[in-house]
Design a protein around this ligand. Structure first.
Ligand SMILES: NC(=O)c1ccc[n+]([C@@H]2O[C@H](COP(=O)([O-])OP(=O)(O)OC[C@H]3O[C@@H](n4cnc5c(N)ncnc54)[C@H](OP(=O)(O)O)[C@@H]3O)[C@@H](O)[C@H]2O)c1
Length: 207
């Protein structure tokens, strides 16, 4: 069982633009729409294969609001799009559909409840970035899986506003996306007072 933050991001590290829109994401051709087809060494970072491995998921209040807005834009009744037990972290009094529960507070408590509900499967942190950061802060974020888009946004909602060291486990091309799976190593310390070591690197021919 792993706790995985899986999301799409712009090249400059935003998961939503400054208008909370994802139009830039849906304009990016993936393997289904890219005329040049799929590249890479397998389909292990295919989102469609990820979803069945998820036993429970959580998103923040803004992400939930976005999903609700999008899925009711044409006047339809709101149906939560995931079958797995789901949580929204919020202080708001939301009218949530069946299968979706509200939680407020320390994510360690939530993690324990989600783990039980997931029955051995993975936990998906849908976003936003600070929510993933809250799990990382208490050592409960195992993996970060990003689908990197070749677009820059300049401003927006940050991917993961923490100092963390990651270790890349896999990388694949998927149309215009670059899918990358990382293990979370831990907090990236500040090394104030240290020289950066650039002189040595340049002496050896540059970075
Ligand atoms: N690119 C992608 O694939 C992707 C994926 C996910 C999300 N998104 C987008 O990214 C944006 C994310 O927005 P966001 O960064 O504002 O984050 P968010 O995590 O969706 O929402 C943040 C809100 O969640 C509530 N919250 C967070 N932690 C909490 C806790 N421990 N207890 C109780 N409530 C808590 C707070 O709202 P209240 O206190 O007001 O309730 C907080 O303001 C959205 O627009 C979403 O659509 C994109």
């Amino acid at each position: 069982m792993a706790t995985i933050y899986c999301t799409a991001t712009s090249l400059d590290g935003y998961i939503a633009d400054d208008g909370e829109s994802l139009s830039w994401l849906f304009a990016t051709p993936g393997h289904d729409t890219d005329p040049q087809g799929r590249y890479g060494d397998g389909e292990s970072l295919d989102f469609d294969q990820f979803l069945p491995t998820v036993g429970a998921l959580v998103c923040g209040a803004s992400t939930y609001a976005w999903v609700h807005r999008e899925l009711t834009a044409d006047g339809q009744d709101f149906v939560w799009p995931y079958e797995q037990p789901s949580w929204v972290v919020t202080h708001r009094d939301l009218d949530l559909p069946d299968g979706v529960r509200a939680f407020a507070g320390d994510v360690r408590d939530l993690h324990a409840v989600m783990t039980e509900a997931a029955a051995g499967k993975d936990l998906w942190v849908v976003g936003g970035g600070d929510l993933a950061g809250q799990f990382a802060d208490v050592g409960l974020l195992d993996k970060v899986w990003v689908h990197l888009n070749p677009v820059t946004l300049g401003a927006g909602k940050p991917l993961l506003p923490r100092r963390l060291r990651l270790h890349r486990e896999r990388i694949e091309r998927d149309g215009q996306f670059t899918a990358m799976l990382f293990d979370v190593v831990g907090p990236e310390p500040r090394r104030d007072g240290d020289v950066d070591g650039a002189a040595e690197v340049y002496a050896e021919g540059g970075p």
